[in-house]
Design a protein around this ligand. Structure first.
Ligand code: AMP
Length: 119
């Protein structure tokens, strides 16, 4: 069940402020409150989707296309294409997802290092 009180739902409703990057009909992007790299931005769909598989299974084509267009517009707005970036979608317990509204991290602005540390 989608929890309408998660922090990103509150941002979408304007109840919690954010440092916006770009907004469209199907997405919102904003700077992460605790950036892990020089540039760390979240892109979220405007619809109530918990995670990647929830979104892929339930979102309309317009929502899915609109979300990915939002990712592209945000990467362009942040001027990250030249030096590159990393996209991350944490999902569930093993993925250590903290916020239960689908979000994709855009990380860039410096060399981010190895993808994951092997345990
Ligand atoms: P995840 O572990 O993938 O769910 O990541 C959640 C991300 O949301 C973390 O990077 C947090 O720093 C970020 N975050 C939590 N609250 C806010 C907020 N109010 N504004 C912006 N980013 C936030």
């Amino acid at each position: 069940m989608y929890d309408t009180n998660n922090i990103f739902a509150k941002i979408l409703r304007g109840e919690v402020p954010c440092k916006k990057v770009v907004q469209g009909d199907y997405f919102l992007s904003f700077h992460d409150i605790n950036p892990k790299t020089n540039v760390h931005v979240q892109v979220i769909p405007t619809g109530p989707y918990i995670n990647a598989h929830d979104f892929i299974q339930k979102a309309s084509q317009d929502e899915q296309i609109g979300f990915w267009q939002g990712v592209n517009e945000t990467i362009t707005a942040l001027n990250l294409k030249g030096n590159g970036y990393r996209l991350i979608m944490n999902t569930g317990t093993n993925g250590r997802q903290e916020v239960q509204h689908l979000h994709i991290h855009i990380l860039g602005g410096n060399d981010i290092g190895p993808m994951v540390v092997k345990k």
